[in-house]
Design a protein. Sequence first.
Length: 155
Amino acid sequence: MNKNADRKFEYGLSGNTDYLYENIFLARNTFSGNSGYLSQQFAINDGGFKHYTATSTANSWSSSINIKSNLLTQHLSLYAAIGWSGLKPNRFTDKTVESAFETGISLNIVPKVFEIYFPIKLSSDLNQLTYAEKIRFTLNLNTLNPLQMFEQFGF
C-alpha cells in the first residue's frame, strides 16, 4: 500500500502553484523580492487572489469570492477578493480556519493577456512585503494563438 495514497493536493488563496506546468512564467523558479519584477508574474488560479498571502494552504477546504469591475474602460478595473482556508488541526496549531481579503486597481494593458495589479487595501497577512513587491502582473502567453491573431487582422 502506498503511504501517500491518502495525501491530497493543498490549495492556497493566492494560487500560483502551477503544478501541471500549464502556464508560461518568465521567472518560474523564483519568489517575489529576490529576482526583481519578473518573479512577480502570476496566474489567477486556486483562490484567485492577486497578491501573496501568508495564509496557510488549505488542507481541508478552500473558498473565495472574487470581483473585478471595469471603470469606464476595459483597461482599468477595480478588484476585490475575500477568502477562507479550512485547516485540519495538527501538532503545531489548533486553528481550523484562516481568512484574508484584498482590494486594488488593475491596469489591463492587453485584457486577459497582460494586466498589472496594484493593491489598495490588504488584510494584515498580505502586508509582509514592500509596496513595490506587492505589485504583481499576469502575462498569459499561452492564450496568444497566432492563428486567431492572423484571423483578426484579415489574413
